[in-house]
Design a protein around this ligand. Structure first.
Ligand code: NAP
Ligand code: HSE
Length: 429
């Protein structure tokens, strides 16, 4: 039986899940693969912290060199998160001749080319299935199984925390803060949950997916980003009246040689397959030019599903070690990719105007929309309130983002409009 030494960087939610999986399935995995994965050292910040995983104190260290430079470690598995020192450690591990597994989408999305290049130069494997989709095998699906296709559309729920919050708010009436607290308690959220809520975590994941789908590195900063901070429960209720639910979507679409990449809260029809993706689940709805439609679904966050992906990567790395084969580069070749600016993206829209209750208001608003060529599909105006503005909710036909922004800037300056207009895009498939 071949022993392969593993060094973990981090023993938090995911690291503990990996430790538990390796302990519980140790004999089964050894029988199945002929390899025994043995964790030799684990880097943490505080070795005395109480932990979910029962790990012998002597394999914990606060010195990264005990993992990165250890002759007993064949695979370095980075489960710390964040950009630095994760980037430095990943590069150092590759320079030391280690194969690398990481669940860190942030560092790959922000420093992908440097890390991909370092792996290629070192001729070592770089595996990152857990960086997107938790336990859902979307990375391998795009890299391997669907690699012959042009990916026309990818519409995905990639952030378990945001999906959990939106589900709990709309289904159970929880407040945003209550739902976030629950997501944190269950280990779904990032150490800094603003990454989830701002949409940044979804942007990082979309950058990785689009890079794999189109064969060219897609920088996170070129992806349109809008998160769920400020989502108002009122809009979840109005959306339902129109037959929609709200999801934070990551979208990539290829049309006429240009690719649009965007993350934003989106209204989707209640009978759309992604509407059934609830709680911490992720869903990936893909359309390839030859394969047609493919849907992948599963838990996108949490210790166990993420450990499932990490350990599968450890086994892939062990296979490389056993066979002595050269790893395949992440990208075949950098090919130029033309990204569509967000202002040119066409979508249907939901607007909620907050206006004074006075005759002629609706015609003023629709007049401005008409001047910008934005056509209204349906309107509901809610009844009078004793105090404050009345909500006027409109759904539009397809409109270009540039015209929408111009029209809304004008509408929000109207004397009869008292609060900034709430805007949501509507998914058209
Ligand atoms: P976490 O619970 O915050 O754990 C982070 C671990 O890294 C802790 O053990 C911490 O040590 C250690 N660490 C952090 N910075 C360190 C430093 N500078 N030096 C030494 N040790 C350091 O995070 P997590 O939720 O497990 O996430 C880990 C990674 O997996 C992140 O990249 C995340 O995005 C990704 N991921 C998470 C999930 C999920 O569901 N949580 C799913 C998929 C991917 P101490 O314990 O001593 O503080
Ligand atoms: N914070 C992330 C999420 C973890 O909620 O999806 C999984 O990447």
């Amino acid at each position: 039986m071949r022993e392969v030494g593993v060094g973990l960087l981090g023993l938090g939610v995911v690291g503990s899940g990996v430790w538990e999986l390796l302990a519980r399935n140790r004999d089964f995995l050894a029988r199945k693969t002929g390899v025994r994965l043995t964790v030799r050292k684990i880097l943490v910040r505080d070795p005395d912290k109480p932990r979910r995983a029962r790990v012998p104190r002597e394999i914990l260290t606060t010195d990264p060199r005990e993992v990165l430079e250890s002759r007993e470690v064949d695979i370095v598995c980075e489960l710390m998160g964040g950009i630095e020192p994760a980037r430095t450690y990943l590069l150092a591990a590759l320079r030391q001749g280690k194969h690398v597994v990481t669940a860190n989408k942030a560092v790959l999305a922000e420093h992908g080319p440097e890390i991909f290049q370092a792996a290629e130069s070192a001729e070592k494997g770089l595996f990152f299935e857990a960086a997107v989709g938790g336990g859902v095998p979307i990375v391998k699906t795009l890299r391997e199984s669907l690699s012959a296709n042009r990916i026309r559309r990818l519409t995905a729920i990639v952030n378990g925390t945001c999906n959990y919050i939106l589900s709990r708010m709309s289904e159970e009436g929880l407040s945003f803060e209550q739902a976030l607290r629950e997501a944190q308690e269950r280990g779904f959220a990032e150490a800094d949950p603003r990454l989830d809520l701002s949409g940044r975590d979804s942007v990082h994941k979309l950058a990785i997916l689009a890079t794999l789908a189109y064969g060219s590195f897609v920088p996170a900063d070129r992806i349109y980003e809008e998160g769920i901070i400020g989502v108002d429960p009122q809009d979840l209720i109005f959306a339902r009246e129109f037959g929609y639910c709200l999801k934070l979507l990551a979208i990539a679409r290829e049309e006429e040689g240009r690719v649009e990449v965007r993350v934003h809260p989106t209204l989707i029809p209640e009978d759309h397959v992604l509407a059934s993706v609830r709680g911490a689940y992720n869903g990936f709805f893909l359309e390839g030019d030859f394969v047609g439609q493919v849907f992948l679904y599963g838990l996108g966050a949490g210790a166990e599903p993420t450990a499932s992906a990490v350990v599968a990567d450890l086994l892939d790395a062990a296979r490389l070690i056993l066979s002595g084969a050269r790893p395949t580069p992440i990208l075949f070749r950098e090919s130029p990719l033309s990204l569509k600016p967000q202002e040119e993206v066409v979508s249907r829209y939901y607007f909620r105007f907050s206006a004074v209750d006075r005759p002629g208001v609706l015609s003023q608003i629709s007049g401005v929309l008409g001047q910008h060529g934005i056509s209204i599909a349906s309107v509901i105006q809610k009844g009078r309130t004793e105090h404050g503005p009345v909500p006027i909710v409109m759904l539009t036909h397809e409109a270009r983002e540039r015209e929408v922004r111009q029209a809304l800037a004008e509408i929000d300056r109207l004397e009869v409009v008292v609060l900034p207009t709430k805007v949501l895009r509507i998914l058209e498939e």
